[in-house]
Design a protein around this ligand. Structure first.
Ligand code: ADP
Ligand code: TRP
Length: 320
């Protein structure tokens, strides 16, 4: 089994990223060879300021190391340190029908929001397919919103293999079944692009304020409430063990629990949950050489693997 995932350095990582992607991915590193990269080429589709892109890339590296990435088990690298992925992306783009990309929800959503799309944003799924296929990944843990991109990847890989022989490995996705899309403070999907996030390593006061602002309905305090339609509960249960979860459900259903209390309980769980990770991150931030060394080492290992696949592909399609 070869496990691979990527995360864009498009802002501070939030608990949607953590429960949707990081935690499942870090759990899998115990089960097989894992590749994990920081998708800085993908982040370029939004043209961030150069210094911001650099610092976010570094911060994502710190975040993953603090959250338990084991450098003995996981090859951890920056996407741009493996330029071979761009060549394969070009090759794959020649096998990709435009209609397939036009149907991608994440592209369509961004266009609907009024973002004027650049060609990079449109062909984003082809680069993602290249990321996955170049390492011959078999399992790709991603949040649900990325499922369609995995289907596109499989589609492209099948087209390639049908035409040129069985070179690429058709990957499976793994989405965390118990974790739906994590809602943000406004009830929409938590996302850096919606300004509704709760960061993993946020400042205590700032996060408390954000949690207190989570949108709820206006059921009076004494009335029973439905936990399953409440954003506060949806977040609370991520941090609670079974017993704490059952107690909270009961308190909702019995009535007498104000949303303010539920929010306070959520903040406390959140803060305790990430405490050890926060401490680890603080220690790591004092050792930038270590972080850069991890990325350099990861890049060398990833590049060797990518170069081998690209050589096979070039030969099969007649470029060599
Ligand atoms: P964002 O929407 O904040 O820009 P990304 O698109 O960079 O997040 O997502 C990084 C990873 O985290 C992806 O695998 C994605 O599916 C997962 N993820 C992001 N937001 C959520 C969420 N709200 N719930 C579950 N998973 C999420
Ligand atoms: N598109 C993914 C996201 O926004 C990031 C990503 C890029 C990725 N390449 C990948 C995820 C390859 C998994 C595999 O979250």
């Amino acid at each position: 089994m070869k496990i691979l995932s990527g995360v864009q350095p498009s802002g501070d990582l939030h608990i949607g990223n953590y429960f949707g992607m990081m935690r499942p991915c870090l759990a899998l590193q115990e089960k097989g060879e894992t590749f994990l990269f920081i998708a800085n080429y993908h982040a370029l589709t939004q043209l961030p300021a150069p210094d911001l892109l650099r610092s976010r890339t570094y911060n994502v590296a710190l975040d993953f190391l603090a959250c338990g990435l084991d450098t003995g088990k996981t090859v951890f690298f920056r996407q741009t340190d493996v330029p071979e992925v761009q060549e394969l992306a070009w090759i794959l783009s020649c096998l990709t029908p435009v209609g397939l990309l036009e149907r991608c929800h994440s592209y369509k959503d961004k266009v609907t929001q009024g973002i004027s799309p650049n060609a990079g944003l449109f062909s984003y799924p082809v680069l993602m397919a290249s990321d996955i296929l170049i390492y011959k990944s078999t399992l790709v843990p991603v949040g649900r919103d990325q499922k369609q991109h995995l289907e596109v990847t499989r589609d492209i890989a099948i087209r390639f293999n049908n035409r040129y022989g069985n070179i690429l490995v058709i990957p499976e996705e793994q989405t965390a079944d118990d974790v739906a899309i994590i809602p943000g403070v406004d009830g929409r999907k938590m996302s850096k692009s919606y300004d509704n996030t709760i960061e993993i390593f946020g400042n205590e006061k700032v996060i408390r304020k954000k949690i207190m602002k989570i949108v709820t309905d206006s059921t009076p305090m004494e009335d029973p409430k439905d936990p399953d339609t409440c954003n506060v509960y949806a977040l609370y249960r991520l941090f609670a063990d079974d017993e704490q979860d059952q107690i909270m459900r009961r308190r909702y259903q019995e009535g007498g629990l104000g949303y303010g209390h539920a929010k306070q309980a959520l903040f406390e769980r959140y803060w305790e949950y990430f405490r050890p990770l926060r401490e680890r991150r603080k220690a790591l931030s004092k050792d930038p050489e270590f972080v850069q060394g991890v990325l350099r080492d990861g890049a060398a290992r990833a590049r060797a693997c990518a170069a081998a696949t690209l050589a096979e592909v070039r030969k099969a399609i007649g470029l060599q």
